[in-house]
Design a protein. Structure first.
Length: 72
C-alpha cells in the first residue's frame, strides 16, 4: 500500500497530516484522485505525484489539505 508515502513526509508535515495505520488507507485513496490516476496503481501514482511536486509542490499540498479536510 502506498509505495510513495515515504517520499511525501515533508508534504504531509506541511499540511498537518500525521500518517497513521488508521488513516493511511484513506490517504491512499485521496492521493490518486488528486493526480487522476487509477487507484491501486502505485508506480503511476508516484510518477504523477512526483511530477506535480516538482512543478508546484505548494499547489499539490493545498489540494491534499483541502481533500483531507473533507474526510472524517
Amino acid at each position: 500500500m502506498a509505495c510513495y508515502f515515504r517520499h511525501l513526509q515533508t508534504v504531509f508535515k506541511k499540511v498537518g497530516i500525521e500518517v497513521t495505520i488508521l488513516n493511511k488507507r484513506e490517504l491512499d485513496r485521496i492521493i490518486p484522485e488528486i493526480v487522476r490516476v487509477k487507484y491501486k496503481n502505485c508506480p503511476n501514482t508516484w510518477n504523477e505525484v512526483k511530477r506535480r511536486i516538482v512543478a508546484d509542490e505548494e499547489s499539490f499540498a493545498v489540494e491534499l489539505k483541502k481533500r483531507w479536510s473533507k474526510h472524517p
